[in-house]
Design a protein around this ligand. Structure first.
Ligand code: SF4
Length: 359
């Protein structure tokens, strides 16, 4: 065994790891060890042990609720792109209630409100109202919408939003410019600043991520790592979450230039667990049932289930276009049964929210 291999084994055996360990985990020596027999399993075990200590045996279930698919940005990889000719819709209050009731009836207490990026179709006042409505149905409401400044995030916090998710998509500025050829999203720095503003505004959770496949994953992980540290510095009370959206077929048929394998996805998940022991790690229905089941207990702490990526799609057959094709199409109860069969606890209600609620 070479010296770098010994270095990785020593790193995994340590009780705590430092930020300097990122490069060790991405090094050629780590590659050799992880690609050798039992190497990825050793990384998985370290991740699983840490997850068990920090989160117990829980896996939180949530559902995305698409409020609007209007978007002013021409992102080349997305079904909601302004360049796509898809049916568009923004839900009214009655439709939001119907969607929320449908999700609550399936057991959810945790919902993620999603819009495309069009402030005229979904202004902050609309989002405030949607959050108010959803708080009648759910204990935990988070949002995935356009970037905002600190004041606007503060309005969402006051309305009852617990967390915000905003992917940088890629940390490679050149690739970013290529795939975001116009609209407000073309401003890389404004997007990057928004999650930091959300944390400063008092958002209890901030979710980050990049689209897997746009640029080499090691470089993306380095960019994500630095960004996450900046968010954490903005508010020590904010809990970080990381998602792993692997590019999936969508309207427009974009093919990723740097496809990410299952083994590489696993390595990213385990690496982030080791470096951010308290972060939520999220795996959505973009991935297959087989792969999602395989990650149970190994580091992932939050999963979406039964997702529909069209506005209005839960309570009726919606004519609006979808953002991407869902891969794991199982009903939430089916996934919950699989989680329980693995000896884990499917959690419908976010525990941190439950701890802070009034009796
Ligand atoms: S990724 Fe977001 S901003 Fe880009 S087209 Fe899709 S919905 Fe709009």
């Amino acid at each position: 065994m070479s010296a770098p291999n010994l270095e990785l084994d020593a790193l995994l055996a340590r009780e705590t790891r430092t930020t300097a360990d990122l490069e060790a985990l991405l090094s050629p020596g780590a590659d050799a060890r992880i690609q050798s027999p039992g190497g990825l399993e050793a990384l998985a075990k370290a991740s699983a042990d840490l997850t068990l200590r920090r989160f117990g045996r829980t896996v939180t279930l949530y559902a995305p609720l698409y409020l609007s698919n209007f978007c002013v940005n021409p992102c080349v990889y997305c079904g909601f792109s302004s360049r796509q000719q898809v049916a568009r819709a923004t839900l009214g209050e009655d439709q939001i209630r119907a969607e929320a009731a449908s999700l609550r009836d399936r057991g959810f207490s945790h919902v993620l409100l999603v819009t495309g990026e069009d402030r005229r179709q979904a202004p902050v006042s609309y989002l405030e109202r949607a959050i108010h409505v959803c708080r009648e149905f759910f204990a935990h409401v988070s949002v995935e919408v356009y970037p905002m400044d600190r004041d606007d995030y503060g309005r969402l916090v006051a309305a009852g939003a617990a967390a915000v998710t905003l992917y940088q998509e890629t940390y490679d500025r050149g690739v970013y410019a290529d795939v975001h050829p116009g609209g407000p999203k073309a401003d890389y720095d404004a997007r990057r600043a928004a999650p930091i503003a959300a944390a400063a505004a008092g958002m209890r959770g901030v979710g980050l991520g990049f689209l897997l496949g746009l640029a080499p994953w090691r470089d993306e992980l380095r960019g994500l790592f630095v960004h996450a540290q900046e968010v954490a510095r903005a508010s020590w009370q904010t809990r970080l979450a990381f998602s792993f959206p692997r590019l999936r077929p969508a309207a427009g048929g974009y093919s990723p230039a740097h496809p990410v394998s299952d083994a590489e996805l696993a390595r990213m998940i385990f690496t982030l667990r080791l470096l951010f022991p308290d972060a939520e790690l999220v795996l959505s229905t973009r991935e297959s049932a087989r792969l999602r089941d395989g990650f149970l207990g190994l580091g992932v702490t939050r999963m979406s289930a039964g997702s529909v990526t069209t506005p209005g799609g839960y309570h009726e057959k919606s004519p609006a276009g979808e953002q991407f094709a869902v891969h794991d199409t199982r009903e939430p109860a089916e996934l919950a049964a699989v989680i329980a069969a693995r000896g884990l606890d499917p959690v419908w209600k976010d525990w941190s929210e439950a701890m802070t609620e009034a009796p």
